[in-house]
Design a protein around this ligand. Sequence first.
Ligand code: IDP
Length: 151
Amino acid sequence: MEKTYLMVKPDGVRRQLVGKLVQRFEDKGFQLIAAKMFRMTREQAEYHYEEHKDKPFFGELVEFITSGSVFGMVWQGENIVALSRAMMGKTNPLDAAPGTIRGDYALNTGNNIIHGSDSPQSAEREISNFFRPEELAAGDYPVRMPGSLAN
Ligand code: IDP
């Protein structure tokens, strides 16, 4: 099953959007298999954004992402990388369609609320930066309620 790393950035945490964002991905039909609130170390941040290390905004980006707690999540589901990126909307909120997360909640690129992996390979790399393999739930879906006959 395809996995992705989704993360509510410090601006989203400060604005108390965590619950609403989790709800969107649950409603879509994806499965949450790990989540935690934490403060990223500088090393984790530089590794996470390594592809941007030569960009002029790299320093600012690392400062921002380590400026407060993030809510990191591992999700799984069919085509989740592409579908979650579509739900997030374009990087620059000026280009993000209404109805997308950035279109609905964000005003500028520096404060665009959410991160999502851009490929299954990036997802694997990003997940391993923040989670140990044993932190990922396995076999919890479909949920079986005690006494329930349904799957
Ligand atoms: P993505 O988050 O939509 O995948 P990327 O191009 O991978 O977009 O950029 C990573 C993050 O870096 C963006 O989400 C945004 O927070 C930040 N960023 C990208 N371009 C700029 C910029 O021109 N100025 C400031 N921050 C930027």
